[in-house]
Design a protein around this ligand. Structure first.
Ligand SMILES: [Zn+2]
Length: 401
């Protein structure tokens, strides 16, 4: 006997990154894992004799639970006023003078009590969960000192206990240069590699280490030092790469066998080929592209040609992508980047799981995978990307519950 079974459903299994649909399908779970996926006609016995509970999906489509593989959703303060000022004509200098920008988020995050960080992040995470997200990655990167980076990671870990979402944490201490190290970036990188990474690893607070490789952040050489320290502590790496210029970030990420290289607007063909060779996932972030009104499109055709797995994520953050809608990102991946709805859904399931090192565990509907899935009131899975602003979620199952 299985624990539970769903009938009257169509299944988008996302096997091999395709819908791989099963009409009139059955999905069964046992011990928190998927125990059966297939057409009802192939079920050897009557559903009510196969499982303790039989759920009628009433014609819903079932997809794997969505995976948001790149967020910065634990932070203090708000940048809404900054958004307003910019639209009222303020320059970047005006905003910086009035205390805006990433350093305002740093200050607010340093000052915030753990309970307040937890409460504000919980609201954002609940919004993602309400759109079928069952696994979410959360980065630090607004502390820029050891105590606050670890505080952010602890809050991220604590969210898993209270919200109905699995959390993966990423240490992003190399996000920006804190003001106390102004003009001394190498000394800050030394703090990251010699103090913050070891402390996060010792406390078991980070699943991976990320960095922002860009002319406004850290050089490829500094990024490489961060990656070497991460590897020395047994941590996977990821990279914010080639968002505003081509510093060879994708190739650098590939060289270090990064789980993912993210943004990639300015990545060259050679960078794409390097990602393909390394098996690194390309994470595209249409929310930031939209919010910053960027013009340079990521190299979609080259990514397809080289068979690089493409993931899509919210990049939920206060400065450049203040969104908590993964479904809107599916739409934007199609409208802005010209992905197909099938590619976009693969980008928030199978390929997003791979970007977190979870490819063998979740992201597809297949026997043995973690029983994370979402039921949707749609006539076809393409509707998830098509119906901008809609939320057709019926219910979510995580770990079989
Ligand atoms: Zn980001």
């Amino acid at each position: 006997m299985w624990d539970a079974l769903w009938i009257n459903a169509s299944l988008a299994t996302m096997r091999d990154g395709r819908y791989s649909s099963i009409e009139d399908g059955v999905l069964a779970v046992a011990n928190g894992r998927i125990a059966y996926v297939g057409p009802r006609a192939d079920l050897p016995i009557a559903p009510e004799r196969a499982a303790s509970f039989v759920h009628d999906a009433r014609g819903a489509w079932i997809t794997p639970g969505l995976v948001d593989c790149h967020t910065h959703l634990v932070y203090g303060g708000s940048r809404a006023r900054e958004f307003e000022m910019r639209l009222e004509g303020a320059s970047y200098e005006d905003i910086a003078r009035s205390g805006g920008g990433i350093l305002s988020t740093m200050r607010a995050t340093r000052d915030a009590a753990v309970a307040d960080l937890l409460a504000s992040a919980r609201i954002r995470l609940d919004r993602l969960a309400a759109e079928g997200v069952t696994t979410c990655e959360i980065k630090s990167g607004y502390g820029l000192n050891c105590d606050t980076e670890l505080k952010q990671l602890r809050v991220a870990r604590a969210l898993e206990a209270s919200a109905n979402v699995a959390i993966r944490t990423t240490l992003l201490a190399a996000h920006a240069l804190p003001p106390e190290f102004s003009g001394r970036p190498d000394e800050y990188v030394a703090l990251v590699t010699e103090e913050i990474i070891p402390a996060a690893a010792r406390a078991g607070l980070a699943d991976a280490v990320d960095a922002f490789c860009e002319h406004i952040a850290f050089t490829p050489e500094q990024t490489a030092r961060v990656f070497e320290a991460a590897r020395a502590h047994g941590l996977n790496v990821k990279l914010h790469a080639d968002q505003l210029s081509d510093l060879g970030g994708a190739a650098l990420a590939a060289h270090h066998h990064a789980l993912s290289a993210d943004h990639l607007e300015y990545t060259s063909e050679a960078g794409v080929a390097a990602l393909a060779r390394a098996g690194t996932v390309a994470v595209l972030l249409p929310g930031a592209f939209y919010f910053l009104r960027e013009k340079q499109l990521p190299p979609i055709e080259a990514l397809r040609r080289h068979h690089v797995p493409i993931a899509i994520s919210t990049d939920c953050n206060p400065g450049s992508s203040p969104t908590t809608s993964i479904l809107l990102m599916l739409n934007m991946a199609c409208t802005l980047f010209r992905l197909t709805p099938e590619e976009a859904l693969a980008g928030t399931t199978i390929h997003a799981a791979r970007a977190l090192g979870l490819a063998e565990d979740r992201g597809v509907l297949a026997v043995g995978r973690r029983a994370d899935f979402a039921l949707w009131a749609v006539a076809s899975p393409g509707e998830l990307a098509y119906a901008m602003g809609a939320n057709p979620l019926v219910s979510v199952v995580r770990g079989g519950r």
